[in-house]
Design a protein around this ligand. Sequence first.
Ligand SMILES: [Zn+2]
Length: 321
Amino acid sequence: MVHVSNESSHGVTIIADDTDVFVLVLYHFQKHGIKVPVTIKSPVQGRTVINITVEAHSDFVSDLPVVPAISGCNTVPCYQGIGKSKAIKTFNSKKYLLNSVRDITADMDDVVKESTKFIASCYSVEDTSTMSNTRMKAWSKKAGKSMVSAPKLDTLPQTTELFQENVKRAHFQACVWKHAVDPDPPVLDSLDYGWYRDETQKSLMQVLLPKPESYMDRQSLELLPTTTLVKDILTYLQNIMEQRATTRRRCQVLKSMLYAENLQVHEQRMFYEKEKVIITEERCCRVCKKRIGNSAFARYPNGVIVHYYCCRDPKECPVDK
Ligand SMILES: [Zn+2]
C-alpha cells in the first residue's frame, strides 16, 4: 500500500472489512507522510466506504495500533464485552500510555503493568494492581447489582496468569505492526510470546492455562448440583481420579517403607534387651561403694552398675574417668 501510494497520485482503494486494516492504514499513512487520497471499501456490497484522512485524528493515530493489539485482534483473543470502540474510547478518554507495549526492547513487567491498567479501565475497575484483583472487583460489582443470579464468569476480566499470556501476544502483534514497513524489522520468535508449537496439528497454538476444573478439589464436587452431567465435568473427574491413584501409590510405597523400619527397630530392641542384669545382695554401686539393694540403679553400656542418684552423667561412665 505504501509503495503503491508513492507511485500513484490518483489515490488508492483498499478492499477490506477489517478494523485492524483500517487502523494500520491510518498509522502507516501518518508515519510515512502519505498525501494521496485513500478509500477503504468493504467487500460486502452496500457497506460504508471510508475516506481516510489522517489529519482529523492526527493526535492519536500514532498510538492507535496498540489498542486493537491489546483489546483483541486476529492473533489476540478479545475480552467479552469489550469491543474495539469501547477500547478506543477508553484509550482516548484517559490518555493511557501504552508505549512499552509496542516497544520491542521494553521489559515484560512494564508491558503487563501498562496493559493491566488499560484493560482494567475498559472494565471500569479502578484497582489496577493485578488482573486477578480487577477480576474480583468486577465480580463483586456485578454481583452487587443483581441479587438474583451470579454474574457469568466469561463476562469478567481474566486471571493474572491468563492475562499475561494475552499481553505477550499483544506485545508481539503491536511490534510486528509497528515495524511492518521497515526494511529491516526486528526478528521475533512467536514461541517467546504466548504461543507454542503443536507438532500433531503442525501449527502454532495459543498458550492457555489448564482448565480450571483441574484445580477443583473434593469439596467443589460436593457443591455441584445433582443435575450436573458427567460429560460436563469429565476432565475434572479424570484429573481427580489420576490424583487419587498417584496419592494411593505413594501411600503404598510409604507403608512398605514404614513397615520395614518398624521391623528394624524391633530387631534392635531385641538385641539390646537380651542382656540382663541381676542385682544380688552383694552387688555394690561403683561410685559410692554401698549396696544397691532395692534402690533404683543405672547400668552403663560397659556393664558398670551405679545407684540411679550416683549417675551424674549418663553418657560418661564414672569408673572409666
Ligand atoms: Zn552409689
